[in-house]
Design a protein around this ligand. Structure first.
Ligand code: DCP
Length: 712
């Protein structure tokens, strides 16, 4: 539920910067020959050409949409280039996108407080920088205004036909009677335009931005003029903007709350909320939400930009829809091992680069029980203290899974012997590491922090060079100053201990080799080491905001550009000198590309012909239907029919609002996607509460549906 916060000041300058077709841009930087061409990035699952997850603006002009699959995209745009998302551990590998996002963040964060909101978007609080600019060089005193600033869109600024829009923007920026707030926003437009040009110069990526007095308005504006443009929201235009804004387009109204506003209060637009008093909204939706709704109807939002650049947690997950559901412990263990390996790599990288350690390991899964239509929603999430080292994480994750499975099945687990069972199937698995804290200052080295402790567990079998991998971050000897560490008691009872399971009933099967791996779990004290995290009904990995500035350049070594790339960037950078518009960059780029193509005249036709088939070489290696070998058509049918059996609600439903198929989003992807998508995904997973029970004693149907959250 949204929480209302008092508007701290209407004199703030907040920007929301969103990368344009981000994954496509990352892939185009890897393959510059794709720049300017219709291109899309597809998921690793190649069924029907793979689900599109990012679409270039050139492809969008042909009618290609993110909700399509590769085959459909080729129907509407035969020359489209489809690039498969990188794959590692049998799933999408987002590292190159994460690293590219970090490159951008390190540039954007130079001008003010920066909050990384997802893999490709940030909020900036530019108030101080704008105030300083206003004092030193007020907009009305500026003679030379960069092209990129003049290309800003100013909401509410009327541009009559035949009138040069840039001239109107120039007048708006320089007008003497502007309010103090508008002058600050004009300064914000200068700062953001410069930041965006710097991003382009240093990374070759374009982005779009919204500049307003609060986060909500900045976010709304950033998507209004894409790609590579910015939009300013003067206070005077807020009413007009919200008046026509469909309810579902507003952040946090994309889900059930928005639906209720539409169906119960008859609100089509955010402006429609204006007719309701604060009391009425509070009566319907609780004090906080009612207050929040009353405020957003007036464009008021006091949410602060938080200084967070690093993720609060790491997660790795994979879905196994329909016939791909995992039905043996052996297959679950196989995938858990893959996921844990990836998680461990990311933890290690976070440790090396940012000197941070995670404390909690959580396992989430979705599963069904045969004959129980509702069972998909009940698989419990389990957590335990996190032990560093791939093998340990793998062991613990399996242990958690088995504990959860026992609970899920009500301790009546059939003998599976590693063969397919008829009773249950796992349709998604994910592991996450949370409670990540910096290693306390004053700790001279990571080795010292970990106390150089070598765990006694047999899982410690890595070469010494990997000692950090396997060190236990909770060594009592090395952790005197570390308040956030796992207690010694927990360590004593931790799955790495030797205590074997006593309750044989809880074991999946005596003869099952996997059973032995899981024996240790029941030695965990239920309340301390093995816990269902709060809100564990909602099993998705939560939206993970980012936090705190990294001590160093956050780019990992692997992202260091090659000499050639540096040279190319330099050339591009030089080309940008004296060139104030991002669109000019594109023109230059396309010109240079076309001159290259002219030099290669003999190949030009071939290139065109090849591109009209649109198959990059990676297509050859596609496997059918996510590694399961069967005819694609059948595979899809089975997915659908199985889905019916398992009662997954609206599994194949298209999400108009955000233009993608929600069932095709992978857990491994979701936690870093834009918050709206996460929100919708989570709402989709959440158990469907029954709204509007007529004879409820709790009051109105709406208040029953949205009971105020007492925890706030
Ligand atoms: N993404 C994904 N799966 C989805 C949606 C998005 O993997 N269902 C990834 C690919 C996108 C990235 O997240 O490039 C950012 O998502 P956005 O919604 O910001 O969309 P784009 O950046 O691709 O395009 P736009 O220019 O419209 O913002």
């Amino acid at each position: 539920m949204p929480v209302a916060k008092r508007e701290t000041s209407d004199g703030r300058v907040i920007a929301h910067v969103d990368m344009d077709c981000f994954y496509v841009q990352v892939e185009q930087r890897k393959q510059p020959n794709l720049r300017g061409l219709p291109t899309a990035v597809i998921q690793y699952n190649s069924f029907k050409g793979g689900a599109l997850i990012a679409v270039s603006y050139e492809a969008r002009n042909f009618g290609v949409k993110r909700s399509m699959r590769g085959d459909e995209a080729k129907d509407v745009c035969p020359q489209i280039h489809l690039v498969q998302v990188p794959v590692a551990h049998g799933k999408a590998d987002l590292n190159s996108y994460r690293n590219a996002g970090s490159e951008v963040v390190s540039i954007l964060s130079k001008k003010g407080r920066c909050e990384r909101a997802s893999i490709d978007e940030v909020y900036l609080d530019l108030t101080d920088a704008a105030e300083t600019m206003l004092l030193e060089m007020p907009p009305e005193a500026r003679e030379d205004i960069e092209e990129e600033v003049l290309k800003s869109h100013v909401l509410g600024l009327e541009i009559k036909e035949g009138i040069d829009a840039k001239e109107e923007v120039r007048k708006w920026i320089r007008r003497g009677d502007a309010t103090y707030q508008d002058k600050l926003l004009a300064c914000g437009a200068f700062i953001v335009a410069n930041l965006r040009m710097q991003v382009l110069k240093d990374t070759e990526f374009t982005c779009s931005a919204g500049i307003a007095h609060n986060k909500m308005l900045a976010k709304l504006a950033s998507g209004m003029n894409k790609p590579a443009q910015q939009t300013v929201v003067p206070q005077s235009s807020v009413g007009g903007l919200l008046e026509s804004l469909p309810i579902k387009k507003m952040k946090q109204l994309g889900g059930k709350l928005g639906s209720s506003l539409q169906s119960d209060l008859g609100c089509k637009t955010v402006g429609d909320l204006l007719q309701f008093s604060e009391e009425k909204l509070q009566q319907c939706y609780g004090i906080n939400t009612g207050n929040w709704l009353w405020n957003i109807a007036r464009g008021i939002n006091g949410e602060e930009v938080e200084g967070r650049l690093l993720p609060k947690s790491h997660g790795s997950g994979k879905t196994f829809p329909g016939p791909q559901a995992l039905k043996t412990l052996a297959s679950v263990q196989h995938w858990l091992n893959e996921l844990c390996e990836e998680l461990s790599e990311r933890l290690q990288s976070d440790l090396n680069l940012n000197k941070r350690i995670a404390h909690t390991l959580t396992l989430h899964a979705r599963a069904y029980k045969k004959g129980e239509s509702d069972s998909l929603r009940k698989f419990p999430s389990k957590s335990c203290p996190l032990r560093y080292g791939t093998t340990k994480i793998q062991e613990d994750a399996l242990t958690l899974f088995q504990a959860a499975l026992r609970e899920f099945l009500g301790f009546c687990i059939s003998k599976t012997h590693g063969n397919e069972n008829n009773n249950w199937g796992v349709t998604s698995l994910s592991v996450s590491a949370s409670k990540i804290v910096p290693i306390p200052s004053g700790t001279h080295s990571i080795v010292k922090y970990f106390g150089g402790q070598v765990p006694s567990s047999s899982s410690f079998n890595q070469p010494l060079g990997n000692a950090f991998d396997e060190a236990v971050p909770s060594s009592p000897s090395g952790s005197e100053n570390c308040s956030g560490l796992i207690s010694y008691e927990l360590q004593q009872n931790y799955p790495g201990g030797d205590t074997e399971i006593k309750n044989s009933e809880a074991c999946l099967h005596e003869q099952d080799p996997l059973c032995n791996l899981s024996r240790k779990v029941d030695s965990l004290p239920k309340e301390s080491s093995l816990e269902s995290p709060a809100g564990s009904e909602d099993r998705t990995t939560k939206s993970e905001p980012y936090r705190e500035l990294p001590a160093k350049d956050p780019r990992p070594l692997s992202s260091t550009p090659s000499l050639k790339a540096v040279e190319k960037k330099k050339t591009m950078g030089n080309n940008l000198k004296g060139n104030c518009s991002i669109m000019d960059f594109f023109n230059n780029y396309q010109n240079s590309q076309s001159s290259l193509e002219h030099k290669n005249v003999t190949n030009a036709h071939d290139v065109k012909t090849a591109s009209s088939f649109g198959l990059p070489s990676t297509m050859d290696s596609y496997s059918t239907c996510n590694q399961i070998e069967q005819p694609a058509e059948r595979c899809r049918e089975e997915i659908d029919s199985n889905v019916g059996e398992c009662s997954v609600p609206n599994m194949s439903q298209r999400r108009q609002a955000w233009d993608y198929n929600i069932d095709e989003i992978d857990h491994s992807v979701i936690e870093e996607l834009p918050p709206e998508i996460q929100q919708e995904f989570q709402a989709w997973l959440r158990p469907h509460k029954r709204p509007n029970v007529p004879n409820s004693k709790r009051g109105s149907s709406i208040t029953h549906y949205f009971l105020p959250d007492k925890s706030r």
